[in-house]
Structures are given as structure tokens and as C-alpha cells.
Design a protein around this ligand. Structure first.
Ligand SMILES: C[S@@+](CC[C@H](N)C(=O)[O-])C[C@H]1O[C@@H](n2cnc3c(N)ncnc32)[C@H](O)[C@@H]1O
Length: 218
């Protein structure tokens, strides 16, 4: 993805640009989830355009979602996590949020492409898109490149958007500071914070809101 000056001399067209300027060049991706092939339309100007990101893959494969859960996919990109969660929660509801308008469009298309009607995609920044709502699961492969203060703010805000027994799932690499963020989560969450999966330098951290998590292992 190119970076260049926009009209105000600011860098533009990161994967988290609100309105990517790179010309569209659509493609198709697919992956297996719970025995079903999910298919996706992807495009330039959106995160992980060539293949499913390995961190996202690890998050999806370890994420526990119950059939009636309300799930928030924070920073949904083209929708890998939210689409999988919607498959796992046929009687639940999934809300997917992204600042990148091209990602929002793709995620909507990908819900339709996978015949899902129990999910919606909203354009917006972090929790501003879900005021007053609470979720059983918040899942995110965060946009680490937006900066540590913003990621910390997101982690600090998360408990307010979880149900009493809700869980936040975060994936990241050592080079992205996941150990640091894991430590910060132990300060923000009264419940257990643990590592539920590790692979190739990535780890998936689960933080439970409740001091005595039911954990609801499924
Ligand atoms: C690392 S990517 C993950 C995308 C997708 N969930 C995946 O795993 O393939 C992070 C996503 O967060 C989005 N993002 C960046 N800043 C955001 C913000 N303030 N609020 C919501 N989403 C944001 C980016 O546009 C990007 O799609």
C-alpha cells in the first residue's frame, strides 16, 4: 500500500485509512471454518488482501462463540472474524465495526456472500459505533499501527461493552507488543486474563470481565 501526502500533507492509505485511495483490485479468498468453506471478496486498501492473516486465523480457530452470543468484531476489515462468528452464533447477533469505508463495504458483501443475516456492519471508530451496547464476546486483531495510546484506550473501554460474563479476545505478535497489552489487560479486567493459543509468534489473549468467570467452556 502506498503512502503519500494528501491535501493536508498527512500520510494516507494505510490499511486503516477511512477512505483508501488505492485503485480497486478485487480478489477472492476462502478458508475452512467448522467444516464449511467461507468465501470472501477482498480489495486493495484493506488489511490482509492476499491471504488470511495468520494472527486472524489463530483468533478465529480459538475463539469460543456460543449459538446465542452477541459478538462484536472490532476492526472487522473484510470480515473474516465477524463472518465466522455469525456462522457460530446462528441465534445470536454479530456487529462488525471498521473506520475504513472500503472494508465496511466488503464486510457487508461478505455477509451476503456467505448467506448470513444475523450480522451487520457499521462504519465508525472503535466503541463509538456501539454506544450503550453490551456483548458476550468482543474479538479483535487490533490496528496496532494506529498507536499505543489508542490501543490502550480500546482495552480500557472494553469492559464497559461486555456483559457480566463477557470476554475480550485479542490477538497479536511479540513485535506488536502483545505481552505489554496482556499485562495491561490484567490491570483493566477483574476476571482471568489468559493465553488461549500460541503459534508462530502470535498469541491469543482472553480477558474475562467477571471476577469469577463462568468461562462457559464450549
Ligand atoms: C489488523 S486489521 C484486522 C482486520 C480484520 N479483523 C482481520 O483480522 O483481517 C485492523 C482493522 O482495524 C481497522 N481500524 C483502524 N482504526 C480503527 C478504529 N479507530 N476503529 C475501528 N476500526 C479501526 C482497520 O481499518 C483494520 O481493518
Amino acid at each position: 500500500m502506498t503512502e503519500g501526502p494528501d491535501g493536508e500533507g498527512l500520510p494516507v492509505d494505510h490499511y486503516y485509512s477511512a477512505r483508501p485511495r488505492s485503485p480497486s483490485e478485487r480478489g477472492q479468498l476462502r478458508f475452512l471454518y467448522r467444516g464449511e468453506i467461507l468465501t470472501f471478496t477482498v480489495d486493495r486498501g484493506v488489511f490482509a488482501v492476499r491471504a488470511l492473516d495468520p494472527g486472524t486465523d489463530l483468533l478465529i480457530q480459538s475463539l469460543e462463540v456460543g449459538p446465542t452470543d452477541r459478538v462484536l468484531d472490532l476492526g472487522c476489515g473484510w470480515g473474516a472474524v465477524g463472518v465466522a462468528a455469525a456462522k457460530a452464533a446462528p441465534q445470536g447477533r454479530v456487529v462488525m465495526v471498521d473506520v475504513n469505508r472500503r472494508a465496511v463495504r466488503l464486510a457487508r458483501e461478505n455477509l451476503a456472500q456467505n448467506r448470513l443475516t444475523n450480522a451487520e456492519v457499521r462504519a465508525g471508530s472503535m466503541f463509538e459505533a456501539v454506544p450503550g451496547e453490551r456483548f458476550d464476546v468482543i474479538a479483535t486483531n487490533p490496528p496496532y499501527r494506529i498507536g499505543r495510546p489508542q490501543i490502550l484506550a480500546m482495552l480500557r473501554d472494553a469492559p464497559r461493552f461486555l456483559t457480566e460474563t463477557g470476554r475480550l479476545w485479542v490477538v497479536g505478535q511479540g513485535s506488536q507488543g502483545i505481552l505489554y497489552y496482556q499485562h495491561k489487560l490484567t490491570e483493566e479486567f477483574p476476571g482471568t486474563v489468559d493465553v488461549v493459543a500460541r503459534h508462530s509468534g502470535y498469541r491469543v489473549v482472553r480477558a474475562c470481565r467477571s471476577a469469577r468467570p463462568t468461562d462457559r467452556a464450549r
